[in-house]
Design a binder for this molecule. Structure first.
Ligand SMILES: Cc1cc2nc3c(=O)[nH]c(=O)nc-3n(C[C@H](O)[C@H](O)[C@H](O)COP(=O)(O)OP(=O)(O)OC[C@H]3O[C@@H](n4cnc5c(N)ncnc54)[C@H](O)[C@@H]3O)c2cc1C
Length: 426
């Protein structure tokens, strides 16, 4: 039996490995190519950056070709990674169970979480690897009763060199990414075709016969598993005549930037601690995208820039069109919540000794989900009722709501459960 898995990120990598272990002949079709991490120090670009010669954020792909940025509205930038390994290549390595909205519909993924955590190797960054100002911000958060905790990460701290550039790819291989699962799938006999973009699912007699690639080639399969991410999966479905849900969410990230002479915050892993507030998290974070490309941040050098982020669970109000364009405004309610949360962050930074001017960074989101949300009625089969019987989704698209939390572990857990349901059905 042949399974076509479209996409090789958190969901696709997990599904490919599990289906191959279950004895299926798996073909992974991935739009992106092989990934190359950024291997230089960021300081080399400082003189050009300060002169504004790096350009705007759409030029980030000059540094990391996998990066794709798109404006879904004037104020919001969406970020994704198109490469073998998908979004897992550019994460901060954070691994958190973000399953609140799944529990609400009665889906308990505890077993999958435990299994994945066991093989990803979860650890926290030792406190002696945190920069002094990061420790001070942690202490302020503790004094304020915010309950900060060290962030669980799938990063081998012995191989991590604290370059601070996880989001530009891990140059030492310390960080887990889905290529490890893909490797296991290959060893079981699976095939990976990179640089292969799927344009639509070919439906015949109410079933998926296979997929059509950009360029026209047809690839047949007994089962088709879409794991092209919140945008890619929705785009493919729409092109196949199946309406995705106009409920894309992205987990909004807004970093408050302050100044502290020689703080050298980039010399630690990003987001070493986090505190969970009502619908958002706060975490120390020097937003590299804002530092490199956002004009209002230009005046401060990399050694003196200090940041702390708000990652907000926002309204699921995005729509993906057939050509991949995304329309996603920031609602008035979310805008107000961002203002209140960033005020709280600024005050925490001030108490820790960070100085102004405080300037908010680019508003962006890179956790793309919610376009094929699971409902209560789907959880036993993990098969969204709107899809033909042998067409499945195994990525963050299944997650009904934004939670303002890291999403790789949850996307992988959803894909693991879905793959087991596929195998059971066979
Ligand atoms: C900068 C950044 C930092 C992040 N940090 C963290 C973090 O620290 N921790 C965390 O948990 N999460 C983090 N995330 C979020 C996380 O990466 C994603 O939520 C997760 O990877 C989603 O998994 P997925 O399988 O749904 O999609 P993806 O991992 O995005 O995989 C989708 C794949 O499908 C491919 N694809 C798309 N369209 C097609 C097509 N038509 N044909 C073939 N292939 C296609 C894409 O190239 C991609 O490889 C971060 C995201 C970004 C952008």
């Amino acid at each position: 039996m042949r399974a076509i898995v479209v996409g090789s990120g958190a969901g696709g990598g997990t599904a490919a490995r599990e289906l191959a272990r279950g004895g299926m002949d798996v073909v992974v079709l991935e739009a992106g190519g092989r990934f190359k991490p950024f291997t230089r120090r960021i300081g080399f670009a400082e003189p050009v950056r300060r002169m504004g010669l790096l350009g705007e954020e759409d030029k980030v792909s000059r540094f990391i070709s996998a990066y794709r940025t798109t404006r879904s509205s004037e104020e919001l930038l969406l970020v994704r990674s198109v490469a073998v390994g998908g979004g897992t290549l550019v994460t901060c390595g954070n691994m958190v169970r973000a399953d609140g909205s799944l529990r609400e519909i009665g889906l308990d993924l505890t077993r999958e979480f435990e299994e994945l955590e066991g093989c990803m190797g979860i650890a926290t960054a030792p406190v002696d690897r945190w920069r002094p100002l990061t420790r001070e911000m942690f202490a302020v958060a503790e004094r304020r009763g915010l309950g900060p905790r060290a962030t669980p990460k799938a990063v081998d701290m012995e191989r991590c060199t604290s370059c601070g550039l996880c989001e530009l790819g891990c140059a030492t291989g310390a960080k887990w990414d889905s290529r490890r699962f893909l490797g296991e799938a290959m060893r079981q006999g699976s095939t990976l075709r990179s640089g292969t973009r799927v344009s639509r699912v070919v439906l015949e007699g109410g079933r998926a016969a296979g997929v059509q690639l950009e360029g026209g080639e047809f690839v047949n399969g007994d089962v088709v598993v879409l794991a092209a991410g919140g945008i890619g999966t929705a785009q493919i479905l729409r092109a196949s005549g199946i309406e995705p849900s106009d409920t894309l969410w992205a987990d909004l990230v807004l970093t408050v930037g302050g100044v502290s002479k020689n703080a050298r915050q980039l010399e630690e892993p990003p987001m070493v601690w986090l505190t969970q507030r009502d619908g958002y998290i706060i975490s120390p974070y020097l937003d590299v995208l804002s530092h490199m490309f956002y004009r209002p941040w230009r005046g401060v050098g990399v050694n003196d820039r200090v940041g702390a982020m708000v990652k907000l669970a926002e309204e699921a109000n995005g729509r993906v069109l057939m050509d991949g364009t995304v329309q996603k405004p920031v609602s008035e309610r979310d805008r107000q919540r961002l203002v209140a949360a960033s005020d709280e962050v600024r005050s925490l930074m001030e108490e820790a000794g960070v100085q102004g001017p405080f300037v908010n960074g680019l508003l962006h989101g890179g956790h793309l989900g919610g376009t094929v949300p699971l409902g209560k009625e789907d959880i036993d089969t993990m098969h969204p009722s709107s899809l033909p019987g042998n067409l499945w989704v195994a990525d963050l698209s299944l997650m009904p709501r934004s939670q303002g939390l890291p999403t790789v572990l949850t996307a992988a857990a959803l894909a693991l459960r879905t793959s087991r349901c596929i195998l059971k059905g066979l």
